[in-house]
Design a protein around this ligand. Structure first.
Ligand SMILES: NC(=O)c1ccc[n+]([C@@H]2O[C@H](COP(=O)([O-])OP(=O)(O)OC[C@H]3O[C@@H](n4cnc5c(N)ncnc54)[C@H](OP(=O)(O)O)[C@@H]3O)[C@@H](O)[C@H]2O)c1
Length: 337
């Protein structure tokens, strides 16, 4: 690659069903000369987020769908290497968006200068980035978790779920139950992440395990998976329980007319339940204080995380597709720097 070129991943076609690596390709393009107000960053890491899937097919999402041929813009962390923007200087560490080796930014949108908190750089697109903040504000602002409450977390071994479960315990939950796929993830949840109980939804006795764990009910459900899990939990929510709709990883690949419906909606009335979604960027003004507090919790070992690091931009499409098969275990980040 010549010094004025970059590589980026573009969408080949709109995706129908589960994504496949050949739905993406890498293209090499010239890095444009910077205009006034722009800066150029070299990415060190880029991330795989299940939520990206919702923009890869036509249809409504919280952000407009990408068109075939468009660059894909997952989260990234890197360093400013040229700048014509007074707020971003050469050498600044930045969080940006772009499945690419480089990003040209005008500093608007998600472009954040990172403080030096003495943490590995990749955490800024993991537990200290959008996944960690989703857990933080999902519990604090949306669930309004209170000490002594019982909490259920789905996709609990993922970066959002694992952080949510650990924060719930630290903030006084009396019991935190996680649902995850497979014994290895369940073991990690109870033995490393401090969940009180983990249930393997792929095990033959899942229904029995779920019923046993649900005795006493849940005050908060933090859902990362989708409608089938929410519908299963509705009858075991406690009075004035709250369901945080964080993500729908089981439903992203399914056309809307095939997504499971909610049958147990009568429970909203009987138990005065509240179900609320979040887009974590609504909480952007609170990120830096939360990140500083969370970095301290990570530093002193109160909060644990898992990362899977892949090498090179070319590994990204397959790493992304693995989010929907259960292959991923923790935050998947790609080293591109
Ligand atoms: N609202 C927001 O602002 C916001 C921001 C960031 C992320 N999110 C959402 O938060 C959720 C979690 O994100 P994350 O980054 O931590 O990813 P994640 O939970 O690690 O997602 C990948 C995992 O999802 C599970 N999964 C995949 N297909 C499934 C299925 N059909 N049924 C049940 N589980 C399935 C798999 O784990 P198992 O092996 O356990 O099945 C897989 O390893 C995602 O839905 C994401 O879109 C929301």
């Amino acid at each position: 690659m010549s010094p004025r070129e970059m590589e980026r991943i573009v969408l080949v076609r709109h995706i129908d069903g589960a994504p496949s690596p050949d739905d993406f390709r890498i293209e090499r393009v010239a890095i444009p000369e910077l205009a006034d107000g722009q800066f150029l960053a070299r990415n060190q890491f880029v991330s795989c987020d299940p939520g990206t899937r919702s923009r890869l097919s036509p249809g409504a999402s919280y952000a407009p769908p990408l068109q075939p041929g468009a660059p894909v813009d997952g989260f990234s962390v890197g360093e400013v290497i040229e700048s014509r923007n007074e707020h971003f200087a050469v050498g600044d560490k930045v969080a940006l968006t772009g499945w690419a080796t480089h990003v040209v930014s005008n500093g608007r949108g998600y472009a954040v200068k990172l403080p030096d908190l003495g943490v590995p750089e990749s955490l800024w697109i993991g537990i200290l980035g959008v996944p960690g903040m989703t857990a933080w504000f999902g519990l604090k602002r949306v669930a309004q978790l209170q000490a002594g409450e019982r909490v259920l977390v789905t996709s609990a071994a993922g970066p959002v779920g694992a952080t949510a479960g650990q924060l719930a315990k630290l903030w006084g939950a009396s019991e935190v139950v996680g649902i995850a796929g497979g014994p290895e993830k369940c073991q990690w949840l109870t033995q490393v992440a401090g969940f009180d109980r983990a249930i393997d939804y792929k095990a033959p006795d899942f229904e029995g395990q779920f019923a046993a764990a649900a005795e006493g009910g849940y005050d908060v459900m933090f859902d990362n998976v989708g409608n089938a899990m929410i519908d299963r939990a509705l009858p075991v929510m406690k009075m004035r329980g709250r369901i945080v709709v964080s993500g729908q990883v089981a439903d992203y690949n399914t056309p809307v007319d095939k997504v499971p419906g909610l049958k147990h909606t009568a429970q909203f009335i009987a138990r005065r339940l509240r179900m609320e979604g979040l887009v974590v960027f609504d909480d952007l003004p609170g990120f830096s204080a939360a990140q500083a507090e969370l970095a301290t919790m990570i530093g002193d070992g109160r909060v644990r995380y898992r990362e899977e690091i892949f090498e090179g931009l070319a590994s990204l499409p397959a790493a992304f597709c693995g989010l929907f098969t259960g292959a991923s275990f923790g935050r998947r980040v790609i080293r591109v720097g």
